[in-house]
Design a protein around this ligand. Sequence first.
Ligand code: ATP
Ligand code: MG
Length: 506
Amino acid sequence: MYEKSDTVEVCLEAKQISKIYPGTLALDKVDIKLYRGKVNVLIGENGAGKSTLMKIIAGVEQPTEGTILFHGNEVSFTNTREAAEAGIGIIHQELNLFPNLTVAQNIFMAREKTKYGKINEGEHNKQTKDVLQKLEQAIEPDKIVGELRVGQQQIIEIAKTMIQKELSILIMDEPTSSLSNKEVEVLFHLIEELKQQGVAIVYISHRMEEIMRIGDTVTILRDGKLVASERVSEIDLPWIVEKMVGHSGKKIKKNEHKKLGKEILKVENLVLPREDGLALDDVSFSLFEGEILGIYGMLGAGRTEILECLMGRNKDVKGDFFVDGKYAKPKSVPDQISKGFAYIPEDRQKEGLIQSLSVAKNLTISSLKNYTWFFHLLKKQEENAVTETIKNFFIKVSNSDLPIYSLSGGNQQKVVIGKSILTSPKILLLDEPTRGIDISAKADVFEIVNKLADQGIAVILVSSELNEMINVADRVIVLSKGKVTGEFTGSGVNEQSLMRAATGGE
Ligand SMILES: Nc1ncnc2c1ncn2[C@@H]1O[C@H](COP(=O)(O)OP(=O)(O)OP(=O)(O)O)[C@@H](O)[C@H]1O
Ligand SMILES: [Mg+2]
């Protein structure tokens, strides 16, 4: 990739790395070089082996075969602590935080500072404050982590690696999946600083525009094999997509001439208080059978709150709710499920899956009543539902009896979506459904959503991706600071109109 004459320094070289899990060849003789002071991007479809390769470099997993040269010397780390001591930090794809502990306690977990034999909380709080300031976050060190929103929790994960001394490699496995645009900018600024200090950054992401913007080199994996390594300046987006999926990619297609059914949901004058004012301020809208209604807005505009109110998770909401023309104020989550609502939450790791169960059980746990007859479980029906869903969503798993944690991050997301669709809902609420999902699977997810809408299911889609709003939604309502600031259909759904309404018309 780089010529001998280029003055770049290889900081780590992994040679012929293979990793076998029971029944899965996750990596097949992969070579990779990481360059000092560069952003080394790693991409590939869900299940391609990205996280596994990085876990091996960071000492979380051991390779079945292969060698790793770090600054020219062969190393084999048996755990993350050894890798951390050598200067390798990793920000995992999944959040690894203790929700009931404070921010400072999480940041100093397993590397507590002591003074006279006691944990030096003062020092912890001070350093936490410093690092959060650097990340431009006004979060108090004694705040309980579980009370932070997902994006802020992701920032705490980033802060954890920042206090590590003398980093020479920092691995970021999808660090921006829950971050707002502003938070992404702060992170990119930080990455720039780390590059200056000579840190080799490994950056994993499914957001192509990020890769083109901050990447120096790109390595592409497909099905556990190395497909290509190139300098980002030498290539373009179509080239990446072609290498990644083996064809030029699928486009999301909108059904332009569809007929909507009757009004299935109507909400009027929703008001929801929060600490510093109103999360929802007099919100009213309707939803029709077969419609895909987009809700767009900046972070904190009230998008997720609307879905939570509809799902019966927020008891403090005032206003009127009508389902099928009948007054139906949400009482509880089970009550809403019985009325035909299904919800795919933003924080899927925590809320969507039971880690101790198999892929199959996770898929069918919410829809068991569909496979029972007078209290008997109809094994065949259940199996069919599982097989169908795995096929429809291209879930990469060799056997559905495997535990859910053995799936790659993106494939776990697909299970959460498949699971809620199996409940045969009438109203489907999707909160950022394509987060962490690779580009070809994104098109698959929306193809399924379109199909469901064609069958008459009403869908509400919350997404911060403008192109998803434009390419998928039939109608979009825009929120700003809890108020509806715009409603668009047809050609009115475009980047300019949505952005203008989202920023409150400024
Ligand atoms: N603990 C495990 N046990 C069994 N199989 C596993 C385990 N961890 C990963 N795998 C398998 O290894 C393969 C590679 O997974 P990996 O998590 O590295 O993918 P990825 O490229 O990070 O995908 P994503 O974009 O979805 O995060 C997948 O087929 C996955 O199911
Ligand atoms: Mg991964």
